[in-house]
Ligand binder design. Structure first.
Ligand code: NAD
Length: 360
């Protein structure tokens, strides 16, 4: 298989972690007989420095022409003072919009080797955590009208939350399709006791569920879900929810699995092309010091193999290689326990490549 990957290293630790993910993709290509072409392209603070905008047209074109995009992270204190319309994050939002990426997938999984990094009680962690959060990404209150006006002598702000049937149906289908390949359970999260958008959400989710009779559906209010994630996360398989609820719940989900440096994410649209990145930011406090954990980015590359390139065996091999390295006791600084000597970003990448190529 031949695939072209647009590569955005970005800022802070971005270049270091992406380097290790590319090394792992190269090892996959060698072992399984594929060819990956990389098209490096700037976005974020480095693009502002070079051309005055966070997402130059040329970068956008490169991403739209590629089979998928691999991203490190963008932003950092150096660009905190730039005008809001050219902030590094604006580049990312524009890229997501231009690629029409409406589904954000975040797996929340605890590696048995990392139980001690889980902030939940040991007996809860031991039941296992392995669910997938599917968040609607380009609708809801973040994309409704925003306004602040003077009303009756005081400032009043309004953000409009709106969802249409097709926006709900397409994200529902993503969730049900993915559940079919997992444990076949979908939990749809809403606030249907209060919000009209949630009542429509619930109706369309139920309609869509009829297309997937093999998948079990249940509904849960968002406040209850935030509690259940801590009380017993083992009950979840696929969680589907709207943009704002998903933003908050997915951060909660990432915390209960241990470190921020371990978690990948995928953003998908209509076709097979996606945007793959770790969930963390550019970690300027440790940039350039070989301290970053590259596993989140490496697992994002594995998601690209699975979801965009249809290569599940290759994705499984990468995930197994990560597990074997953790099993052997290697940890980066963010997941090392006190007394353990952490390995650096480069060494972690090397160990995972070695585990991948040395597997029987
Ligand atoms: P952050 O995720 O960059 O860092 C939070 C903490 O986690 C830091 O202590 C950092 O050292 C640590 N950390 C993060 N990733 C790590 C890794 N791979 N290995 C080890 N430790 C890791 O969040 P922040 O400090 O709030 O943000 C820094 C910059 O990143 C900001 O400019 C922010 O806007 C940007 N940001 C970008 C994205 C993105 O590109 N998608 C996402 C979030 C934040």
């Amino acid at each position: 298989m031949k695939k072209t990957i647009a590569v955005i290293r970005g800022d802070g630790i971005g270049p270091e972690i992406v380097e290790e993910a590319i090394g792992v993709l190269d090892a996959v290509a060698l072992r399984f007989g594929h060819t990956f072409f990389y098209r490096e392209t700037p976005m974020g603070g480095c693009a502002i420095d070079a051309s005055g905008v966070p997402l130059p047209e040329e970068s956008l074109k490169t991403c739209l022409a590629a089979d998928s995009v691999l991203l490190g992270a963008v932003g950092g204190p150096k660009w905190d003072g730039v005008p809001p319309e050219i902030r590094p994050e604006r580049g990312l939002l524009r890229l997501r919009g231009a690629m029409k990426l409406y589904a954000n997938l975040r797996p929340a999984r605890i590696f048995p080797q990392l139980f001690s990094a889980c902030p939940l009680r040991e007996d809860i962690a031991a039941k296992g955590i392995d669910f997938l959060m599917v968040r609607e990404l380009i609708g809801g209150v973040y994309f409704g009208n925003h306004s602040t006006e003077l009303r009756d002598g005081e400032q009043t702000a309004t953000d409009v939350m709106s969802y249409s049937e097709h926006e709900i149906r397409r994200i529902a289908r993503v969730a049900f399709r993915l559940a079919r390949e997992r444990r076949r359970r979908v939990t749809s999260v809403d606030k249907a006791n209060v919000l009209d958008t949630s009542r429509l959400w619930r109706r369309i989710i139920e309609e869509t569920a009829a297309e997937y009779p093999e998948v079990e559906l249940r509904h849960m209010y968002v406040d209850n879900c935030s509690m259940q994630l801590i009380r017993d996360p083992s009950q979840f398989d696929v969680i589907v929810t709207e943009n704002l609820f998903g933003d908050i719940l997915s951060d909660e989900a990432s915390q209960i699995t241990g470190s921020i440096g371990m978690i990948p994410s995928a953003s998908l649209g209509e076709g097979s092309r996606g945007l793959y990145e770790p969930i963390h930011g550019s970690a300027p406090d440790i940039a350039g010091q070989d301290k970053a954990n590259p596993i989140g980015t490496i697992l994002a590359a594995a998601m690209m193999l699975r979801h965009s390139f249809g290569l599940p065996a290759e994705a499984d091999a990468v995930e197994r290689a990560v597990e074997r390295v953790l099993e052997a006791g290697y940890r980066c600084g963010d997941i090392a326990r006190s007394g353990e000597r952490p390995v650096g970003c480069r060494k972690m990448g090397r160990l995972i490549r070695k585990a991948l190529t040395s597997e029987d």
